[in-house]
Design a binder for this molecule. Structure first.
Ligand code: ME8
Length: 526
């Protein structure tokens, strides 16, 4: 049977910014989703990339004394190296300055222009001559001054192309209405609906005040608005307006298309992008998952506040998996998440060092001590009956919950389901008291039963952790002697692997951290 397809995208990152622990979330979360989909048997394509055009980037390049292309080349290479360091498993890395993207966007624009979904009009707004920028009324400083340099702005009229949004207002509302899971979570969906219901204005989609962008072929003094250029990446990467084999496979005929975005760019993806697709006569196809922000205790991360935390700093200090784990576990589905070192260390100690790390090391130590490292499955014993039943019930319930949550991008809840099992497995040890069973030769079978349950539980938990913890899970499987065949969802049911040969001495997966010591070492303030 042909595999089902799944196409997952992150937003493409602005080449003018830098990746900190907050915005790295979109990519890490999508990576977890992409790894999950691959494990679930989907033919998965995971795309990320760079948004490289626009006035801001043109100015930043000028300031740096280089051509814009050289400027973005440098940032794109740094960003793609960072994703490698974070073991992001993206299949593609698109850049909006790539020729194939530029030509596909130009064809798209000309098509919309030819069919009158884009028309030439004029844009009127408050303009700052010094900064060469238009500002909306809400952006302006007091007395209609420029929010950047403080100079008085003037009303300027500029020739500009517009995309007809108004024309598609009803069609979009109908689409949202007919597809209740198009925009998730529901709170975001409601936000979008009420925004559209206030009435859409046609969108200004070209600029003449800078050059670094995709030119309108039939009127080259115009460059295409960055958002039109950027949103199109999701289909130009697949070959839209070029070789369309993958576009057909993963979009037109695809089974799932998932865009993951932060809440700040919800409208672009929930309004402009579907309208562009409708106007192009293409199916909307995608589901949109909008996540919150990672905040610092003092609010948003910003250079001026001096509270920016970089993913590589956390990785170098505490390892990659704790970072990936923390971000996915801390971000709720509908709200913002929080990053502080204090909370990071607390969560690390509770879930990784204590719950998971201890379970692995205790189980391996006992299998070595009482059975020389090898264990076979035995029928459930009467003595352990209640604890066994409870453990098996908790496993099957939480495996089901995990799949449900992963399928609807509720990563926090999916991780919580995993740790329900881990938590109970630790309790199971207290309930079955293997050290007491070991004292009685007649209870050898009961002891075997108990330790086999622990190893199976660990194997199941490790299968589930794979999307999040990309290094630790390999280590745990190695320690337990679980080969590839038993690391998959098809074999997740309790009892699937019937014999084990574990490593002689467990590796310390997560060394407990002491907050005061960490403060001393790094002078952590956030
Ligand atoms: O928006 N916590 O790019 P970008 C969580 N180029 N997510 C955050 C965050 C935080 N503190 N700060 C930012 C762009 N993000 C456009 C996208 S797509 C056609 C064009 C998220 O580099 C943000 O919401 O500003 C977005 O999902 C991603 O980081 C990249 O943001």
């Amino acid at each position: 049977m042909e595999k089902k397809t799944c196409y997952i995208t992150t937003p493409i990152y602005y080449a003018s910014g830098e990746v900190h622990i907050g915005n790295s979330y979109s990519t890490i979360a999508c990576d977890a989703l992409a790894r999950y989909k691959r494990l679930a048997g989907y033919d998965t394509v995971y795309l990320t990339g760079m948004d490289e055009h626009g006035q801001k980037i043109e100015e930043a390049a000028k300031k740096a004394g280089v051509e814009p292309q050289e400027f973005v080349d440098n940032i794109a290479s740094k960003t793609s190296d960072l994703w490698k360091e974070l073991k992001i498993s993206n299949d593609g890395f698109i850049r909006t300055s790539y020729d194939y993207h530029v030509s596909a966007v130009q064809k798209m624009f000309e098509k919309l222009l030819a069919q009158d979904d884009i028309y030439l009009g004029s844009y009127e707004g408050n303009y700052c001559v010094a900064c060469e920028s238009f500002f909306t009324k809400t952006q302006l400083g007091e007395g209609e001054t420029c929010p950047d340099c403080g100079a008085k702005t003037r009303i300027v009229k500029e020739e500009s192309y517009f995309l007809r949004l108004k024309k598609y207002e009803k069609q979009l509302l109908d689409y949202i209405d007919a597809h209740p899971d198009f925009i998730m979570p529901l709170t975001r969906r409601n936000e979008v609906i009420s925004f559209i219901k206030q009435g859409l204005e046609d969108l200004c989609v070209s600029r003449t005040s800078y050059k670094w962008g995709v030119q309108v072929p039939s009127n080259p003094k115009h460059v295409i608005y960055v958002w039109i250029d950027a949103l199109a990446n999701y289909i130009t990467y697949l070959g839209y307006n070029n070789d369309e084999t993958n576009f057909k496979k993963y979009w037109l005929d695809g089974d799932e298309v998932i865009h993951v975005v932060g809440k700040d760019i919800l409208r672009f993806h929930a309004i402009y992008w579907p309208i562009m697709l409708m106007a192009l006569g293409l199916p909307i196809k995608f589901k949109l998952y909008a996540h919150g922000w990672i905040m610092m205790s003092g609010g948003k991360m910003s250079k001026s506040k001096g509270n920016v935390v970089y993913p590589l700093t956390v990785k170098e200090r505490y390892g990659l998996d704790p970072l990936r784990f923390y971000l996915c576990k801390e971000m709720p589905t509908t709200e913002d998440g929080l990053f502080t070192y204090e909370r990071f260390i607390e969560q690390y100690n509770v879930y990784l060092a204590n719950d998971l790390g201890n379970l692995v090391s205790r189980s391996i130590a006992m299998v070595n001590k009482y059975f020389g490292g090898s264990i076979e499955k035995v029928p459930n014993t009467d003595l352990n009956k209640d604890a066994n039943n409870e453990l098996e019930r908790i496993i099957s319930e939480n495996v089901a919950k995990y799949h449900e949550c992963m399928q609807s991008f509720q990563l926090q809840n999916a991780i919580n389901a995993i740790f329900e099992i881990v938590g109970f497995a630790n309790k199971y040890i207290d309930l079955t008291t293997p050290w007491a069973l070991a004292k009685d030769e007649n209870l050898k079978n009961e002891l075997n039963d108990c330790l086999y349950h622990l190893l199976e539980t660990l194997r199941i938990v490790t299968i589930m952790l794979q999307p999040f913890m990309v290094e630790t899970t390999i280590t745990i499987f190695d320690e337990l002697g679980v080969d590839k065949d038993y690391q998959v969802f098809e074999k997740i049911a309790y009892g699937a692997k019937t014999s084990y040969k574990v490593i002689e001495k467990a590796i310390v997966l997560f060394k407990r951290l002491d907050l005061a010591e960490e403060y001393k070492k790094y002078g952590i303030s956030e």
